[in-house]
Design a protein around this ligand. Structure first.
Ligand SMILES: Cc1cc2nc3c(=O)[nH]c(=O)nc-3n(C[C@H](O)[C@H](O)[C@H](O)COP(=O)(O)O)c2cc1C
Length: 164
């Protein structure tokens, strides 16, 4: 069974909710899932996972301070052969910025294969709530990601078989 890890930052709990819904979707798709707050996770554990999703709130148009310091800790790692994706929450206004864009840059740096475009949950105000139906949507996104990971696995098996 493939193992996924969801790491999040969250001040008011909205990004945590998004993280939990993504996790539920991944689980529904047959993956084993662990989730953790970024500051509670020992980065030596990253190697135990096939898929790593990292997300946080958008602060000052980019990633939160905690997220930036976490990304700095992981930027020298090399994680060949694993999948990654980034998620975020933010307000719905022009020039809101994006935490997930910055996270994606780091996922690329550590050679994760990006399995889904940046995933955004919109908050109606700084402390929430999330826009209606966001959590259902996130569950579906998690399910789609697990499908992609499972199918690409069978696809590479097929490719290997046709080469032999
Ligand atoms: C210090 C601070 C700066 C923020 N800056 C932005 C911003 O630049 N763009 C934006 O869309 N939202 C901004 N927000 C709103 C956050 O995106 C929102 O609080 C967050 O999505 C809620 O997620 P959380 O409950 O997981 O903390 C800011 C919030 C805080 C507390």
């Amino acid at each position: 069974m493939k193992k996924a890890l969801i790491l999040y930052d969250s001040v008011y709990g909205n990004t945590k909710k998004v993280a939990m819904s993504l996790s539920r979707g991944l689980e529904a798709g047959g993956l084993y899932v662990d989730s953790n707050f970024i500051e509670d996770f020992d980065i030596r554990g990253l190697n135990n996972y096939d898929i790593i999703g990292i997300g946080g709130p958008t602060h000052y148009h980019g990633a939160s301070k905690k997220m930036k310091s976490f990304l700095n800790k992981i930027k020298h790692l090399k994680m060949e052969g694993k999948y990654g994706f980034a998620f975020e929450t933010k307000g719905e206004f022009r020039l809101a910025g994006s935490a997930a864009k910055r996270i994606t840059r780091y996922l690329n740096k550590i050679n994760l294969k990006i399995v889904h475009p940046t995933i955004t949950g919109i908050v109606l105000d700084q402390e929430g709530p999330l826009k209606d139906a966001t959590l259902d949507f996130m569950e579906q996104v998690g399910l789609n990601i697990s499908d992609k990971v499972n199918n690409s696995n069978s696809q590479s098996k097929l490719n290997r078989r046709s080469k032999n």
